[in-house]
Design a protein around this ligand. Structure first.
Ligand code: NDP
Length: 286
């Protein structure tokens, strides 16, 4: 695929696109479903072949919609889903995974994530994940919403170092992970997958898109402020961003954002406008 938007390499050597596609709140309405499916398929064509979903999203409706979108192109897609913490114990994880596979119309996931840490001990989830790897139902596993202390604990568990990624909230308006978690993950070769890289919608995003510096940089690149947000999130080349878009227009813009290279000077200006915290702050979550 000549449009491939650039890749990063996981610990096991697998190349993954830096710009993927989120699917939270998709598949919920029959009125928009066809457009959403077309948008996802266009995204794959444009090189955003990582698709992120979860059993929790719309109680399985997101997975069902993704299943329809990837029909016939499954082999081109790096498919990610997540297990709800309540289902992350040995008694439930296999069944949860199998139900996700059924909704997605596939026989394996490329990556299965613990959605966030709940009451089930991490040891048990690691065992469950490794069993799923052994049975071929998932190619690899990772976690989501784990802060540094949890990640350290995970890596002390036998097999815990097989964690492929940690998916966490990260965008220009929320840079808390840069203080500790991101450098720690870099040291351990566990890439960050940045969720809500466009800060969803609403006031927090407005603070970024209406910022003078962001607007000026966007104008210089002939881009939108949101494209600058996306380009910024993957600027260092070792982070995967998964913006969610439900129209062809948005998907096309997001794919193009993966090709925008911000200069060092532009990054400094953005540091001034949106400084990273000077001390450790708790992991931001949605
Ligand atoms: P995003 O930050 O990706 O923002 C999505 C919003 O941005 C939508 O309203 C979308 O509109 C809009 N948008 C997308 N592209 C454009 C564009 N080019 N121009 C203008 N607007 C645009 O929010 P999400 O919270 O959805 O995060 C992305 C994904 O991350 C989720 O979908 C999910 O897969 C994952 N996630 C994981 C979490 C976790 O706990 N692990 C938590 C939160 C998210 P429209 O739909 O109309 O295109």
């Amino acid at each position: 695929n000549t449009n491939i938007s650039g890749t990063i390499t996981l610990k096991d050597g697998t190349a993954v696109t830096k710009m993927g596609q989120g699917t939270w709140n998709m598949g919920d309405s029959t009125a928009t479903r066809d457009e959403e499916i077309a948008a996802l398929r266009l995204g794959v064509e444009l090189g955003m072949n990582l698709i992120d979903t979860a059993e929790m999203y719309g109680d399985g409706r997101s997975e069902e919609m993704v299943g329809e979108a990837i029909r016939g192109i499954r082999d081109q897609v790096f498919l990610v889903s997540k297990v709800h913490p309540q289902n992350a114990g040995l008694d439930r994880i296999t069944r949860s995974c199998e139900e996700s596979l059924k909704r997605l119309g596939t026989d394996h996931l490329d990556l299965y994530l613990l959605h966030w840490r709940g009451k089930v001990p991490l040891e048990e989830t690691v065992k469950g994940m490794e069993q799923l790897v052994a049975s071929g139902k998932i190619a690899r596993w990772g976690v989501s919403n784990l802060d540094t202390a949890d990640m350290k604990e995970l890596l002390r568990i036998p097999g815990g170092d097989r964690c492929a990624v940690n998916q966490v909230l990260y965008h220009l308006g929320s840079r808390g992970i840069e203080h500790e978690l991101l450098p720690w993950q870099r040291t351990h070769k566990i890439p960050v997958m940045a969720y809500s890289p466009l800060a969803q919608a609403g006031t927090l995003r407005k603070g970024v898109t209406e910022n003078e510096t962001v607007r000026e940089i966007a104008a210089n690149h002939g881009a939108t402020p949101l494209q600058i947000m996306l380009a910024w999130s993957i600027r260092e080349g070792d982070i995967i961003a998964i913006p969610k878009a439900s129209s062809g227009k948005h998907v096309t813009e997001n794919a193009a954002a993966a090709k925008i290279r911000l200069s060092e000077e532009e990054c400094w200006k953005l540091d001034d406008a949106f400084p990273q915290p000077a001390w450790k702050v708790p992991l931001d979550m949605i």
